[in-house]
Structure formats: C-alpha cells, structure tokens
Design a protein around this ligand. Structure first.
Ligand code: NDP
Ligand code: MG
Length: 291
C-alpha cells in the first residue's frame, strides 16, 4: 500500500493517525485529507503532509485558502461529491474513516466498492448498515480493517484462527467515569463529568457515549457485523485499567487477549500494516512497574 486518505483528519482519531505518520513518514504517504469545518487545522496538516488533494465538506473554501493549499502542492475543494470520487482513484490504497456519526456511511461504502482497504474507526455506519458494508466489500473486493481498539484486539486474536471455533467474544470496557455510582449519585452528573474519561482521550461524542455505556452497546453491534458472530455470543466485561483491549474464547476453552497501551496510534497502525507488523516508536507496556 502506498497512498492513504484520512477522512476526519482534524478529529481525535485523525490527529492520532497524523501523529503516528509524522514520526514514521516511511509507513505510507498521505495523499488525501478531509475535514468538515475546521479549515485552519486542515490547512496546517496540508502544509506538513502535502497531500495531493484535500476536502472541506461542511463549509466553503475561499480563494486564499485554496492558494495556501496550492503552495503545499495540494488541491483544496469543498465539493463533497468530488471527495467520494477521489476515494476511488489510484492515489488512494487505504481509507482511514475517522469522521464522527453517520456521515461516514457513503464514503465507507464507496471506498469498499472501489476495492480499497477501509480502516474503519467510525462505528456508527457499521451499526446502521453493517450488511451493506459486507456486501460492498464482497462486490468491490475491498477489505474492512477495524480501528476501534476492542475490535482491533479481536481481529488480532482471530488472526490465523478458524471462525467456526469461536465460542465467545468478550469486549472489555473501563466502565467509564460513572462506574460504581449509585442511582442517586448518577442523577446529579452532567456533561463536564461525562467528558472526563478515566483511560482514553477521545472526541466529545464518543466520550459521552462511553460515560452512558451507549458506546459499548454500539460496539457489540459493530462486533456482530465485523466478525459474523451472533449477538448472544458477544459479552461485555468491566476491566477498569483498559490494558486488555478485548478477548476471544475458543471451543477448547482457551482465551486469547490483546494487550496494549491506551493509545489509538496502535490500532491505527495495525489497520495499516496488517498482515505485517511495522516497527514503531511508541510507548510500551511496563509489566515490572505497574504498566
Ligand atoms: P471527533 O469529533 O474528534 O472528529 C470528527 C472528525 O470528523 C473531524 O475531523 C470533523 O471535522 C469530521 N466531521 C464531523 N462531522 C462531519 C460530517 N458531517 N461529515 C464529514 N466529516 C465530519 O471524533 P473522533 O475522532 O473521536 O471519532 C471519530 C469516529 O471514530 C467516531 O465514529 C468514533 O466513534 C470513532 N472512534 C473514536 C475513538 C477515539 O479514540 N476518538 C476510538 C474508537 C472509535 P471538523 O473538525 O472540521 O469538524
Ligand atoms: Mg472502542
């Protein structure tokens, strides 16, 4: 794979991907970036990564902004339909779908129908239309690589295993900031406390979804589509430290788990490198000194 498109480059996942690639530019070339409204942040990344194309999907682009992008060798456009087309072109081998909410649905399907690798962080479209993603991947010979940390963990545990031998998938959850509160205590919590996640630093929507546990419900459905496992075989287990990112139990009773530092650069890296593993300068778990 040579060329990467990052959709949602100005968000939390987008920033993790760009941080990873700024320190490891040899991994893959960033050829396309998109953002919705934050044009200044997008322009700053254009100036560093010099993609061929960039798109702003939720606001107009002015001539001065276009000129700034052009000086970095980049065509900046606000034509969302052209973005969809650009995902199919030869400069893009892999699409990192990191927009939030349902907005990524069409982009994800188009990437798969064009035979691309879809590294998918954006779980909502999978929850809404998982069957369409499977169909699109089949029809276009595209492939879906999970970026959500739990699903990346399961994907890694399943590598080289036979799907028929899965007895349970166990998704881990930190429990979020409200774990252990009584019904009365929970009546008084607000957005400020919901936005303080104990182990992960993420965008606002997913952080609030994590506090209400809605995120875990979405992840169960996401796992159902990604791994073709019936819902009754997918369980959730609270693990406050978020070191085990998820587990798979097989028919012989053996359990495989994937462990790691709580940093989205890891699952992003795996979605890019699979089935290889690329050497990366990232923090390591420290088993001697309490992780
Ligand atoms: P953020 O809110 O931080 O970023 C969202 C990105 O999408 C921004 O670049 C934003 O552009 C862009 N965007 C927003 N609305 C639209 C739209 N309607 N059309 C196109 N682009 C849009 O989100 P996160 O990075 O936290 O999350 C992205 C996805 O990844 C979500 O689906 C989330 O559930 C999932 N995820 C996130 C994790 C994390 O650690 N953050 C972990 C696992 C999954 P702009 O900045 O210009 O508004
Ligand atoms: Mg997750």
């Amino acid at each position: 794979m040579d060329g990467l498109a990052i959709l949602g480059a100005t968000g939390s996942i987008g920033a993790s991907a760009l941080r990873l690639l700024s320190r490891h530019p040899h991994f893959i070339r960033v050829n396309l970036l998109s953002a919705h409204r934050r044009v200044e942040e997008l322009l700053r990344s254009i100036e560093v990564f010099r993609p061929r194309q960039a798109f702003l999907t939720g606001a107009k682009v002015g001539p001065e902004q276009q000129e700034r992008a052009r000086r970095a060798g980049c065509e900046l456009s606000d034509d969302a339909a052209a973005l969809k087309e650009a995902l199919g072109n030869g400069a893009v081998d892999c699409v990192l779908l990191a927009v939030s909410g349902a907005a990524g649905l069409e982009y994800g399907l188009h990437a798969l129908r064009s035979g691309k690798r879809l590294a998918i962080a954006n779980k909502e479209p999978l929850v809404i239309a998982g069957h369409l993603f499977k169909e699109a991947a089949r029809a276009g010979r595209g492939e879906i690589l999970p970026v959500d940390s739990e699903h990346s963990a399961i994907f890694q545990c399943l590598h080289g295993q036979r799907r028929e031998c899965i007895s349970r998938i166990i998704l881990t959850t930190s429990g979020g900031p409200f774990h252990g509160l009584s019904r009365d205590e929970i009546k008084n919590v607000g957005a400020e406390q919901a936005l303080k996640h104990p182990t992960w630093k993420m965008g606002k929507k997913i952080t609030v979804d994590s506090a209400t546990m809605m995120n875990k419900a979405l992840e169960v459905i996401e796992a159902r589509w990604l791994f073709d496992v019936p819902l009754e075989r997918i369980e959730v287990s609270v693990h406050r430290q978020s070191i085990v990112h998820s587990m798979v139990e097989f028919d012989d009773g053996s359990v495989m788990a994937q462990l790691g530092v709580t940093d989205m650069q890891y699952p992003i890296l795996y979605a890019l490198s699979h089935p290889e593993r690329w050497k990366a300068e990232l923090p390591r778990l420290d088993f001697q000194n309490g992780m």
